[in-house]
Design a protein around this ligand. Sequence first.
Ligand SMILES: Nc1ncnc2c1ncn2[C@@H]1O[C@H](COP(=O)(O)OP(=O)(O)O)[C@@H](O)[C@H]1O
Ligand SMILES: [Mg+2]
Length: 319
Amino acid sequence: MLISPRKLAAAGILGMNSRNHDFIGRYNQRHLYPLVDNKLKTKRLAEKYGIATPKLRFVLHHQYEVKRTARLLAQRESFVVKPAKGSGGKGILVIVGRNGDRFVKGSGVEVTLHDVERHMSNIIAGLHSLGGNPDSILIEDVVQCAPWLAAYSYEGVPDIRVIVFKGYPVLAMVRLATHASDGKANLHQGAVGVGIDIATGCALKAVQQSRRIQIHPDNDIDLHALQIQDWTHLLEIAAGCAEMTGLGYLGADLVIDREHGPELLELNARPGLAIQIANGIGLVPRLRHIEALDTVHQDAAARVAYVQKAFAADMALAG
Ligand SMILES: Nc1ncnc2c1ncn2[C@@H]1O[C@H](COP(=O)(O)OP(=O)(O)O)[C@@H](O)[C@H]1O
Ligand SMILES: [Mg+2]
């Protein structure tokens, strides 16, 4: 489905050029990027700021550490291997169980210790990092998603992406893993995106690979029935990431652990634009609305309360 640029603009859809020039370029200071481009730095920052993240077990910076760590992983039931500077779900290996000495991925596919070693070695060599630069590895615990939300996902932990502008949440979606997305909830890996109403936490629309859907392709669940619990609290955590990083335009990825509640997975200084399609709502009017405010609320909770009112009526327009 192709829509002309003019129609997209009329619908208030933010394009790549405007996003980069008018928002990322203007509101994100370059020297702050490393805080979010490196997941290890984000984790440490979040810890200092009192925002929970999945428990970190190992960090590797060098090839010579791979074999030793792999031996330690051989004792573990489950873990996630992640490139510190990866994006879009690339290079993330989610191991959810064991079958003898083999490791089982969320999809049921089994890999050997040698496979895990090779994967780690590739990460350090920079296979998944921005610009192919040498990278580090984070090995963290697998998030155990709250059951009411896990029911909507398939073979992977869903995450909640919130776009935060000048500290105000402006658009949100839940991303649900699919068999195709291999345990990751990134849209480019084939995950489903469900737009979530800022005011209520209720599902608005759902898309997969830019096509509108209503039923999850793998588990047949009705996506429109989804409502996020404790929604205001989640938005407040996302809004607080603006103070935490100093970034004016960011995407926060949150997960909901069944025991620990909301956790921050990562932050993005250049969040994708497909969230608009998942919501059936363009970013431009909301961004301009926030830009036009005379005074900004200092407190994250006050900012959330503001947008929950200001953007509530949009639902009717989304159709
Ligand atoms: N600790 C974890 N437990 C379970 N799933 C995870 C974990 N970390 C990442 N994932 C899965 O991988 C996806 C991408 O992870 P993320 O940290 O956001 O990296 P990226 O920058 O590649 O998007 C998440 O949406 C989630 O589905
Ligand atoms: Mg992410």
